[in-house]
Write a protein that binds this ligand. Structure first.
Ligand SMILES: *Cc1c(COP(=O)(O)O)cnc(C)c1O
Length: 388
């Protein structure tokens, strides 16, 4: 059957392709270790699971979710508390916070709520592939803003052509950045607000790694910038900090008009989040901040191990301090894809080619630290043996 034209514009989802490749190798009897996907392997903390189980027994929670299109007020209040204590950001749970089925959903609904057909939407290259898909599905035109190592992987607003900025009605940004690991500075965020205000661009600041930072890097929210609430929203998610990717729970915070618009889209799309998952989310935000510190220690150790191994095989670089990814330059003379394939053929280790994130990803691969310690050690041992 014929599909909608806009679907044909969307490249195959990177991880789907990877999964196929991995499955084929596994079927051939190869012991594959995938460092390609960012999805924590350790269990969600017990208190969160217990809260889900306990609240799942209540028949009241078997009906449509409470405050369908916004999320439960108790969940929104807890988010307000979290933003106040973690980032010093004040939010009104009544009209500045929205519960989401993960931040990826928020990206999509943000576009539906804000963008008209043929509006230009800015995103970064390299960038998270779901932004492009959301823009295209919403009928917008993606415009890639390069983010380069010499600029610490931050966009340079002066380099965006004025006619493009004028046509743009929305922009995606994401720091700590997937895939590069780069972090924003407050100076950058203040500049972002000025740029957005000057061109009436709605900012969708996707921040699921706000808690995943290393080596003294400060946790930063876009909403800490002066006037941020006037120009945009921040998406966040329980997926990455609380090992809850499968639970599908996130939030949008900030500009009340955008929040109301996205809420209207949700009201007519998904009818909200299963109550027990929201109760579990409340528990996570109330009780499990120490779990994040524990995971950061784990990721920190893994990060060190990978960096040491890379050094031994002659790859030296100064890694940015955010996310559980390492954005690694490939050896000279090889493209990202050549290196990815060579690595896989020689060691059975899968990494993500930088080019999956855009043309400026050429020359890099992304290594994820969300694998069990034992498997990561095995992967690094194989790499060292083959390439040192
Ligand atoms: C993982 C990830 C998401 C998805 O988060 P969910 O809340 O699980 O939907 C969104 N944006 C970026 C940049 C991510 O890396």
């Amino acid at each position: 059957m014929k599909k909608a034209d806009k679907l044909a514009k969307i490249p195959p989802y990177l991880f789907m392709e990877l999964r196929k490749k991995i499955n084929k190798a596994k079927a051939d009897g190869i012991d594959v270790i995938s460092l390609a996907i960012g999805d924590p392997v350790e269990a969600t903390p017990k208190s969160i699971i217990q809260e889900l189980c306990a609240t799942a027994h209540d028949p009241l929670n078997h009906r449509y979710p409470t405050d369908e299109e916004k999320g439960m007020l108790a969940y929104r209040r807890e988010i307000a508390q979290w933003y106040a204590t973690r980032y010093g950001v004040k939010l009104n749970p009544e009209n500045e916070i929205l519960g989401l089925i993960g931040s990826k959903e928020g990206c999509h609904h943000f576009i539906i709520a804000r963008v008209n057909p043929d509006d230009v939407v800015l995103m970064t290259d390299p960038g998270y592939p779901a932004y492009r898909a959301s823009i295209l599905l919403g009928g917008g035109i993606p415009y890639n803003v390069p983010i380069l190592p010499q600029n610490h992987y931050l966009p340079v607003f002066e380099d965006i052509p004025t006619d493009v900025a004028r046509k743009a009605t929305a922009m995606f940004l994401n720091y700590p950045n997937n895939p590069t690991g780069a972090c924003a500075t407050m100076a950058f965020l203040n500049r972002l607000v000025e740029f957005a205000r000057a061109y009436d661009i709605a900012v969708c600041y996707d921040n699921p790694y706000s808690e995943i930072v290393f080596a003294g890097q400060k946790r930063i929210s876009f909403l800490m910038a002066r006037g941020a609430k006037e120009v945009g929203i921040e998406l966040n998610s329980l997926s990455k900090p609380f090992n809850m990717c499968g639970w599908r729970l996130g939030m949008a915070c900030g500009n009340p008009d955008l929040i109301a618009a996205i809420s209207k889209v949700k009201e007519n799309t998904d009818s909200g989040i299963f109550n027990p998952i929201q109760f579990a989310g409340i528990k996570a935000l109330q009780k499990e901040a120490p779990f994040i510190d524990k995971m950061l220690k784990t990721y920190g150790t893994r990060r060190e191990l990978v960096l040491q191994t890379l050094k031994k095989i002659g790859i030296r670089f100064n890694p940015p301090k955010g996310t559980f990814y390492l954005w690694v330059p490939v050896p000279k003379g090889l493209t990202s894809l050549e290196f990815t394939n060579r690595l896989f053929d020689k060691t059975g280790v899968v990494v993500a080619s930088g080019t999956a994130y855009g043309q400026y990803g050429e020359g890099f691969v992304r290594i994820s630290l969300t694998v069990p310690d034992k498997r990561l050690k095995e992967a690094m041992a194989r790499i060292e043996k083959e390439f040192a």
